[in-house]
Write a protein that binds this ligand. Structure first.
Ligand SMILES: Cc1cc2nc3c(=O)[nH]c(=O)nc-3n(C[C@H](O)[C@H](O)[C@H](O)COP(=O)(O)OP(=O)(O)OC[C@H]3O[C@@H](n4cnc5c(N)ncnc54)[C@H](O)[C@@H]3O)c2cc1C
Length: 453
């Protein structure tokens, strides 16, 4: 039986960052990181097909933390471009700027009137939010009925597949911009070119797609501690023994999980019934990501476009060739199309592809005679954690029990949260610090994020 001080499950950014920081904080050779794929990266991987580099939908670097920025820009030194976001919403036959609530200019006048009327009525009524409001209540009281009707409601229902009244506001405080009344008014009267939100600027590798980031982290690890193509099949949390395909039994002192929390709990034994019951309360949505290559350069000016209307099967479409000119053959464009479904739903890929291409033609993104020269479906079984009323107490219960077994669960899906690559890397750093008995700064998760240029 193999022994290791720290067993890390998963070679995505959370696992890689934990290993990277363990190496820097203490003696080397203390961990074994196991990853089921033959390459690192997890959801921050890039797949190559027909000369295209397809990420698992858009993976752009939004940097907000001084340490995160220093580490990531250092890892990708010489291989990073900065971009000012060009992001749009397609509805009522026109493209308007993101965010919808600050940019109704260009929409039909009746729609603008409904949005402004609702917004100022909500302000005039000044109804206080209840103590623990639902996302639906927050939307209605913050933006009013018109913005809810034309964007917030349909877009969020399409993505989350959950009634807004059943969701909490825990996740959105950092991500959704709340413009001032004068900005809402100005953005209805004119094409307001102001940047709002956590992702106003982003960085993206010049070469290699987002895979360049996990590869750069992995290149700094001791290769003897990294086992690729090795799937964890079971973990006995009481005995602290994991079974790994191709390796066998591994006895560990501390465990760091970065696999999606429900998947991990389903293969783990040694937790009490309370933790199992909490596991059953976790909910999420899957994303079916269709990537295509098109034989025409610059099919859009956008980095990505939101599609709130029901007639489009997708909620968002992005254009990687506008992030980097090196992710596709010369003279072509690439696009990622994101479709949300309940987990386990069987989809008809052929039908969805036809409906998606028809939708893109209807929106004027694709022309009638555009040729699709490459396609790649990437299923993301666990894509967005649903923040309903059950999520936070369930996660707290599970984490408490894992801690008593010397295990932690981190990252976007291990930590069961809505987050992004920089934060995932910081989760790995914090986990390594805890394993080394060092203090960790706790940050509030509700303060709006600001992009660092
Ligand atoms: C649709 C979508 C868009 C996103 N866009 C952005 C963006 O633009 N910018 C941004 O910053 N972030 C974005 N993110 C978030 C980003 O993907 C995550 O923050 C980050 O990749 C999380 O990394 P992780 O290590 O926590 O998880 P993962 O990347 O999932 O890593 C977990 C690893 O565990 C491995 N694993 C699973 N099961 C087993 C097993 N049984 N045995 C061994 N290994 C196993 C997996 O293969 C994987 O490599 C997006 C996420 C989604 C879903």
């Amino acid at each position: 039986m193999i022994r290791t001080e720290v067993l890390i499950l998963g070679g995505g950014l959370a696992g890689l960052s934990t290993a990277y920081h363990l190496d820097r904080l203490g003696p080397r050779g203390r961990y074994l990181l196991v990853e089921k794929r033959e390459k690192v990266g997890g959801r921050a991987a890039t797949e190559e097909r027909d000369g295209f580099h397809f990420d698992h939908t858009g993976h752009l670097l939004h940097l907000h933390d001084a340490y995160g920025k220093k580490l990531i820009t250092g890892l990708l030194k010489g291989n990073l471009d900065s971009h000012e976001r060009s992001t749009w919403i397609y509805s009522h036959g026109v493209e308007t700027r993101y965010p919808f609530q600050a940019n109704t200019f260009g929409l039909p006048q009746k729609v603008i009137a409904e949005c402004l009327g609702g917004f100022f009525r909500a302000r005039r009524l000044g109804r206080a939010l209840s103590r623990n409001p639902s996302f639906g209540e927050w939307v209605e009281k913050t933006f009013g009925a018109g913005i809810e009707k034309h964007f917030m409601g349909p877009y969020n229902r399409k993505l989350w597949r959950t009634p807004l009244r059943a969701m909490t506001t825990e996740w959105q405080g950092r991500f959704l911009p709340t413009p001032k009344p004068e900005e809402v008014l100005y953005g209805a009267l004119t094409d307001q070119k102001k940047f709002f939100g956590y992702n106003a600027f982003f960085r993206y590798p010049k070469h290699g797609g987002i895979q360049a980031l996990p590869d750069a982290l992995a290149a700094r690890l001791d290769a003897r501690g990294v086992a690729l193509g090795r799937r964890v099949v079971s973990v006995d949390l009481r005995e602290r023994v994991a079974v790994i395909e191709g390796i066998g039994e591994v006895r560990y002192e501390r465990l760091v999980n970065t696999m999606p929390l429900p998947e991990f709990l389903d293969l783990a034994s040694g937790l009490p019934a309370e933790a199992r019951a909490a596991r059953r309360r976790l909910r999420w949505v899957s994303v079916h990501n269709l990537n295509i290559g098109v034989a025409r350069p610059r099919v859009s000016r956008a980095h990505w476009i939101y599609f709130p209307e029901k007639r489009f099967p997708f909620y968002r479409v992005g254009f990687p060739t506008n992030f980097s000119g090196n992710v596709a053959p010369r003279g072509t464009s690439s696009m990622y199309i994101e479709i949300s479904r309940d987990p386990g739903t069987r989809i008809d890929r052929g039908a969805l592809e036809r409906a998606s291409l028809d939708g893109l033609r209807a929106a004027g993104v694709l022309h009638r005679f555009d040729r699709v020269v490459s396609r790649l479906w990437i299923p993301i079984a666990c894509a967005y954690v649903i923040y309903d009323r059950a999520r936070t107490p369930a996660v707290a219960t599970i984490m408490r029990h894992l801690k008593t077994r010397g295990a932690s669960s981190i990252g976007r899906w291990g930590g069961w949260k809505y987050s992004f690559m920089e934060e995932t890397i910081l989760d790995g750093r914090d986990c390594a610090r805890r394993l080394c008995g060092l203090p960790v700064e706790t940050k509030t998760s509700r303060v709006p994020l600001q992009s660092l240029k």
